[in-house]
Design a protein around this ligand. Structure first.
Ligand SMILES: NC(=O)c1ccc[n+]([C@@H]2O[C@H](COP(=O)([O-])OP(=O)(O)OC[C@H]3O[C@@H](n4cnc5c(N)ncnc54)[C@H](OP(=O)(O)O)[C@@H]3O)[C@@H](O)[C@H]2O)c1
Length: 203
């Protein structure tokens, strides 16, 4: 760590190549935090003048390097590597995708073993799993998110759970149709009976 960074938390981001993660990596580096990104596969840096190695992933990883981000290659399933990465950080931010939220049990285990983390922010970034009233097929994932929250609490890990409902820019173009890549032309499926409230009534 540079001397000027002494007051800045060291941030480890898991899932930094994803839709949301890439913005979090860039914001962390821009804010002057010593930032590491655990990525599953690296790609060769794009050459200075045209030609191979110019995939969007390579360009993204190069933008991380240019911003001073340390890239660690590995998978959440590699426990020893994960513990080592966690030990070198103060804060862990997970931005793994919707389908991988259950994998965060492995991150919790690594944080527990490392024993040094001041804050863990698990991958939520959507409807509040404790207060949303979600119908299947999404309910199962929300149940897992809630289970992750309960495990973090039970393990005594300092945490922040971030909930901010839907990104209109992410879901509106497909009217929230699972698997759709564009605006549905003739049919829209409404889950449940159409009367389900999005949020549970709070006290
Ligand atoms: N509120 C909303 O409207 C909204 C919209 C979108 C997302 N979200 C939420 O934001 C969060 C992130 O979603 P996203 O869409 O940004 O995810 P995404 O684009 O699918 O990216 C997932 C990231 O996790 C990484 N990853 C997955 N499994 C891993 C493993 N075993 N080891 C290491 N890295 C792994 C992926 O790496 P690779 O690049 O190697 O695959 C990728 O970087 C989720 O909680 C999601 O529910 C909310």
């Amino acid at each position: 760590m540079e001397p000027g960074d002494r007051n800045k938390s060291r941030i480890l981001i898991i899932g930094g190549t994803g839709h949301l993660g890439k913005f979090i990596v860039a914001a962390s580096a821009r804010a002057g935090h010593p930032t590491s990104a655990l990525v599953r596969a690296t790609a060769p840096p794009p050459p200075a003048t045209g030609g191979g190695g110019s995939s969007s992933r390579a360009r993204l990883l190069q933008s991380f390097r240019d911003a001073g981000v340390t890239i660690l290659q590995g998978d959440i399933g590699d426990h020893d590597l994960l513990v080592k990465a966690v030990r070198a950080a103060d804060v862990v931010i997970s931005v793994v995708g919707y389908h991988d939220v259950g994998e965060q049990m492995k991150i919790i285990a690594a944080i527990k073993e490392a024993g040094n983390i001041k804050r863990f922010i698990p991958s939520d970034f959507g409807n509040d799993a404790d207060h949303a009233h979600i119908v299947e097929p999404a309910k199962a994932t929300f149940d897992v998110e809630a289970q992750i929250r309960r495990t973090v609490e039970a393990e005594g890990i300092p945490y922040t759970f971030v909930s901010f409902n839907f990104f209109a820019g992410y879901y509106l173009p497909t009217l929230v149709q699972p698997g759709a890549s564009g605006l549905p032309a003739d049919k829209v499926v409404i889950l449940g009976d159409g009367n389900t409230k999005g949020k549970k009534k709070t006290e």
